[in-house]
Design a binder for this molecule. Structure first.
Ligand code: FE2
Length: 389
């Protein structure tokens, strides 16, 4: 059973359940988050009013508790709105520390090479036919930042069937997809099949593509394993070794550029370790091939910056940090390109390797995952949404 107390001349109300702690809400927050039919569309949940429609001298005149609902009357509108108390508690913001989540974001789990025994792998057919299997796989990708699929078709553009599972292709100057073909011959090993340091793709874009899919169609060359490294674990490790190094890489942007083809001059700046406004890890941007001249780092920080950048690279290259796997035809992997770095090891023999890659975005992946979690029996609106926004 809840109780309520009005305070601050009706500007605030607090709710307490049994002997629990009081949780405060502001009148303006409550009014803005009313779910009545005049405030929110019952069809698509979108807000029908703007803040300017709410009187500036808003206050709460009364609160009535009715089991798990609170009936709140706002003045000067004279409007009474019902709030579900468990919903309010779920969305409460009066929680110490809630807004200072510096460190690793909630809901993710960082990893190193010890993950090798439990790779987030799923069966291509299962994730296409069983919502639960898809949900399990997407949950692992959301938590770990990458995932693999096996037993898929060996056919041109099969990677599009992977993207169809959760979202949409991000088309770029490389097209809707790109070919990664390598032919290794014994007389020319030095020039083909070279290894690539682990990196995130396309830091010269803003926004960067947030998902990459790489799908294997042919793999007869020895070597050429793929490796993934958790950039968030690298950042955590760097911070534990030297806070100044972490700070310099997260405080100043690096420049990246790509102009390797006619008509393309892409440039963007991102800190190599990007934090959100609360100080939590948000993204990693690391790519030695497309790093440009760094010009936004103060003179007296540049030496420290390069020491930090060097150490970050050492951690990225450390075999203890990453996990490797070899893709066979019909297998693919997907990475969160804002967190997990990917690499290709060098080849050691002859043969061919053919992968197809594409970009997509993780907002679609998170949306699909949220819908799968919600879907057990939930109705889907049968009316079209008139307007995207
Ligand atoms: Fe790449």
């Amino acid at each position: 059973m809840y109780s309520s107390v009005l305070s601050d001349d009706g500007q605030q109300v607090s709710f307490t359940r049994a002997a629990g702690k009081a949780t405060r809400f502001h009148a303006i927050w409550l009014r803005d988050n009313a779910h009545d039919a005049e405030t929110r569309s019952s069809r698509n949940g979108q807000r029908l009013i703007s803040l300017n429609d709410i009187p500036v001298d808003l206050k709460i005149s009364s609160v009535q508790i009715d089991n798990s609902d609170a009936l709140i009357t706002f003045e000067p509108e004279g409007k009474t709105v019902s709030y579900n108390l468990p919903w309010l508690m779920e969305n409460a913001y009066d929680i110490h520390g809630k807004n200072s989540t510096a460190g690793t974001p909630r809901g993710i789990e960082t990893w190193d090479s010890s993950l090798a025994g439990s790779l987030p792998i799923a069966d291509f057919t299962n994730v296409h036919s069983e919502p639960q299997a898809l949900r399990n796989w997407l949950e692992k990708i959301a938590r770990l930042g990458f995932g693999l699929l096996e037993n898929g078709p060996v056919e041109d553009l099969a990677l599009m069937k992977v993207v169809d599972l959760f979202g949409y292709v991000r088309e770029t100057n490389y097209g809707r997809h790109f070919e990664v073909r390598t032919e290794v011959n014994a007389s020319n090993l030095a020039y083909t099949g070279l290894g690539l340091q682990a990196h995130t793709d396309n830091p010269y874009r803003n926004p960067v593509p947030t998902i990459q899919v790489l799908y294997c169609l042919e793999s007869s060359a020895a070597g050429g394993e793929n490796m993934v490294v958790d950039g968030f674990r690298v950042a955590e490790q760097l911070r534990s070794e030297n806070e100044d190094w972490f700070n310099v890489l997260s405080s100043y942007p690096a420049q990246f550029e790509y102009s390797g083809e006619s008509g393309v001059c892409l440039t963007a700046s991102h800190p190599m370790i990007e934090l959100d406004t609360c100080g939590a890890l948000q993204a990693i941007h690391f790519n030695n091939r497309s790093a440009a001249a760094f010009t936004d780092i103060p003179f007296d920080k540049m030496q420290t910056y390069y020491a930090a950048y060097r150490r970050m690279g050492e951690l990225v290259d450390d075999p203890a940090m990453g996990v490797s796997f070899r893709l066979s035809p019909g297998e693919c992997f997907i990475v969160d390109n804002t967190r997990v770095l990917h690499a290709r090891k060098a080849y050691s023999g002859t043969g061919k390797r053919w992968l197809q890659g594409c970009y997509a975005d993780k907002d679609g992946l998170h949306s699909t995952l949220a819908c799968l979690k919600r879907s057990a029996g939930a109705a889907v609106p049968d009316t079209p949404i008139e307007q995207a926004g």
